[in-house]
Design a protein around this ligand. Structure first.
Ligand code: PMP
Length: 445
């Protein structure tokens, strides 16, 4: 839809976009030949309003982060109330109600046993924190036992993605993880094959044979195992069997390896459970949260751990965990996170997610028969179409904008992960747009 109502004049739009192209890095695109960027004027509910007048139905939730829609009155109010008191105070030696309440909520909502919360700035940083916690825990254990520290490596599975900072990059898939260029400087860890039995298929323990063998051979060197629960997102929107995650928990217990679960993308209802771990009824030793934590308003992440891990680290010679970001516990972010979590329950998130899942099952699944489609997958509020060819990002993006939707595919995947408040009519517009571009050769390379 294009009602041409816009607050930015055409000449301003041109000059802003010229400046953007000249000075501003955007993620994963060339600085000299960048993919086009569309200028946003505002966003409201499930709609992104471009300065050029187009109204786009958002299929991406701004990379999995927006839950209740844009410009939400309750989230805005939470921010304003907090800003009127203070936006930020240092977290060393000071604390405040918004952070305390948020950490209480997270302890209450996450699987039983996760009791201590470390707040940080972004998903990648929460993964750095998780890895550091596991390493410092193993250090403290070795110190206590007065043995040499050997558990310094990580174990993970292929097709994983955990962020763009260095420790996080080192556990991303060596090929699909987008970080091959840094291979020579990244810490070397162990990689098992990706889980291959899909969510909903029959389970066989064969899927963990190689993983078990790696645990068995190297457990003396392995400090922690890290995995995205149930959904491998950036690695290909692969939904795997909950029994795999259960088996990972058992192996970590058997071999005294810390289990880190990266719920940054899957947390807060996205897969149909509040946390994807619940599909396997497991509690990890450490859990990372981010993205939707503030309902898509401000960057904030959390790393939760058990009392045992926190206690062991605190009993070590250092006496404290060695991390302390400047913006730790940012009050604005915590206030909006509290409001977003409250809204999740007020809005009956389970009902919202089930509604999206059933509409996607009806509308998206039939695309499986399209000649250009290899597979379609739906889980909770996530719908993915795996194509037989890679998309031409610039072209497909242009067509989606013309069709009134915001969908950003990558590789061979066109996926949607809409805000939970989306209506079935809006979902249908998203799926129809996908169906349309599937017929257009120029959208694929
Ligand atoms: N882990 C997972 C599973 C993610 O999907 C992402 C973000 N795509 C990250 C970590 C990194 O989070 P951030 O971009 O906030 O650093």
């Amino acid at each position: 839809m294009n009602d041409k109502h816009t607050n930015i004049t055409q000449s301003e739009q041109h000059s802003l976009l010229r400046s953007d192209k000249e000075n501003v890095w955007h993620p994963y695109t060339s600085m000299s030949e960048p993919l086009p960027s569309y200028l946003v004027d505002s966003a409201q509910g499930v709609t992104i309003n471009l300065a050029s007048g187009e109204r786009l139905i958002d299929g991406m939730s701004s990379w999995w982060s927006v839950l209740h829609g844009y410009n939400h009155p309750k989230l805005n109010a939470a921010l304003q109330e907090q800003a009127a008191k203070m936006s930020h105070v240092m977290f060393g030696g000071l604390t405040h109600r918004s952070a305390i309440t948020l950490c209480e909520k997270l302890v209450l909502l996450t699987p039983e046993g996760l009791t201590k919360v470390f707040l940080s700035d972004s998903g990648s940083v929460s993964v750095e924190v998780a890895i550091k916690m596991a390493l410092q825990y193993q250090h403290a254990i070795a110190e206590k036992k007065q043995v040499m520290l050997t558990k310094t490596k990580l174990l993970t599975v292929k097709n994983g993605y955990h962020g763009d900072t260095f420790a996080a990059m080192s556990v991303c898939d060596p090929i699909t993880g987008m970080h091959q260029i840094f291979e020579q400087v990244l810490m070397k860890h162990y990689f098992a094959p990706a889980p291959s039995i899909k969510f909903g298929e029959n389970w066989s323990t064969d899927d963990v044979t190689k993983l078990s063998a790696l645990f068995s051979a190297h457990h003396n060197e392995i400090a922690a195992f890290i995995i995205e629960p149930i959904v491998q997102g950036t690695g290909g929107m692969r939904f795997y069997h909950p029994e795999y995650l259960k088996a990972c928990r058992l192996l970590c217990d058997k071999y005294d390896v810390i289990m880190i679960v990266d719920e940054i993308a899957t947390g807060f209802g996205r897969t149909g459970k509040l946390f994807a771990c619940e599909w396997a009824e497991i509690t990890p030793d450490i859990m990372c949260l981010g993205k939707t934590l503030t309902g898509g308003y401000i960057t904030l992440a959390a790393t939760l751990c058990t009392t045992h891990i926190a206690q062991t680290i605190s009993d070590g010679a250092a006496g404290c965990f060695m991390h302390g970001p400047t913006f730790m516990g940012n009050a604005l972010a915590c206030a909006v996170a509290n409001a977003s979590i409250d809204l999740l329950f007020e809005n009956d998130w389970q009902n919202q997610v089930q509604g999206i899942e059933s509409t996607l099952n009806t509308l998206l699944k039939p695309l499986t028969t399209h000649a250009r489609v290899k597979d379609t997958r739906v889980l909770g509020s996530i719908g993915a179409v795996e194509c037989t060819q890679s998309v031409n990002v610039a072209q497909i993006q242009k067509r989606f904008v013309e069709l009134g939707v915001w969908i950003r595919p990558f590789g061979q995947l066109i996926y949607i992960i809409p805000p939970l408040i989306i209506t079935s009519e809006q979902l249908s517009t998203l799926v129809n747009a996908i169906a349309t571009v599937l017929d257009e050769d120029e959208c694929f390379s």
